[in-house]
Design a binder for this molecule. Sequence first.
Ligand code: ZN
Length: 231
Amino acid sequence: MRKVQNFGDDRNKGWCVHCGGPNETRDHGPPLIFLDDPLPRDLPTSPSCLDCNQSFSSDEAYVAALIECVLAGCADPSAIERPKVAALLRRRKSLQSDLRSARSERHGRTFHQADEKRIKSVVLKLGRCHVAHELNEPRPDEPRSVWWRPIMLLTAGQLDHFEHGDDGALVPWPEVGSRAMMRMMMEGTNVFGSGWLEVQQGRYRFLVSQDGGLRVRMVIREYLACEVAWD
Ligand SMILES: [Zn+2]
């Protein structure tokens, strides 16, 4: 990703974007386990307290591994496409056995029982990172809605709406000095309504918009569609 300076105010520099606590470290959004080597340069990071930062890492590993297991149809590291996640599963036997036992077969089809709480924690974290980083709008409060769904389970209408935003509806421009505004000026990238920012092809992309509040859409591994919205 191209590095874009943030000339905004200090709202998102002084405290943890997740809980409003102290600014003790930088939190990667998206996490490195969602991306493959060579990593893109200038990955987005947001201020975080140590507790929040550490609390996400096992849930992030779970989500990355869950998606690979679903795509591979099993939890066997040798069948996993992404080497980083295969190595993770070899290292963490408990994660591997959790994912193996979450898998079941019915009528010849494979199902995975996902841990919704862990997925929600990661989706919400990502939403908070993106609104803080792109819009200078830290939102440690509870969002109006959080959802996620495998992209192939969206109906054609839902997918069209998800991918193309709000059909060119008039939306406020981003705050002057925010990264979103700087991207529009420097790169011609309109992240509002139609412009997805691709962090790594096939691995992670996201879109922020301000229609009727703040909204972040993310696609993880071109498999999981996610959205977080605040009033
Ligand atoms: Zn925190």
